[in-house]
Write a protein that binds this ligand. Structure first.
Ligand SMILES: [Zn+2]
Length: 87
């Protein structure tokens, strides 16, 4: 059984890395660096659940960008599987 770190798009900026500091329709609003992700557009967290395989964790997180093996055998430990762009 394996634990994974789940990589997702930042919820605050939807992966853009920037957010508007005002209402989108306000012409004076500007795009500023997203404070939630420091402009990376990404977020990650460790799922405490253990999975049989990467296919199982993908089923739970169909929108995730990638998965890092956190707790597994030495060959795979810290290996990050990045999914192809899903649209
Ligand atoms: Zn963000």
């Amino acid at each position: 059984m394996v634990k994974f770190k789940i990589h997702v798009h930042c919820a605050d900026c939807a992966g853009a890395g920037v957010v508007s500091d005002g209402h989108p329709n306000d012409p004076s609003s500007r795009n500023v660096l997203c404070k939630e992700c420091d402009g990376t557009g990404k977020d990650s967290f460790i799922d405490e659940m253990e999975y049989d395989s990467i296919a199982d964790v993908i089923q739970d997180y169909p929108k995730a960008i990638g998965f890092t093996y956190v707790d597994s055998n030495p060959q795979l430990k810290n290996y990050t599987y990045i999914r192809k762009e899903t649209k």
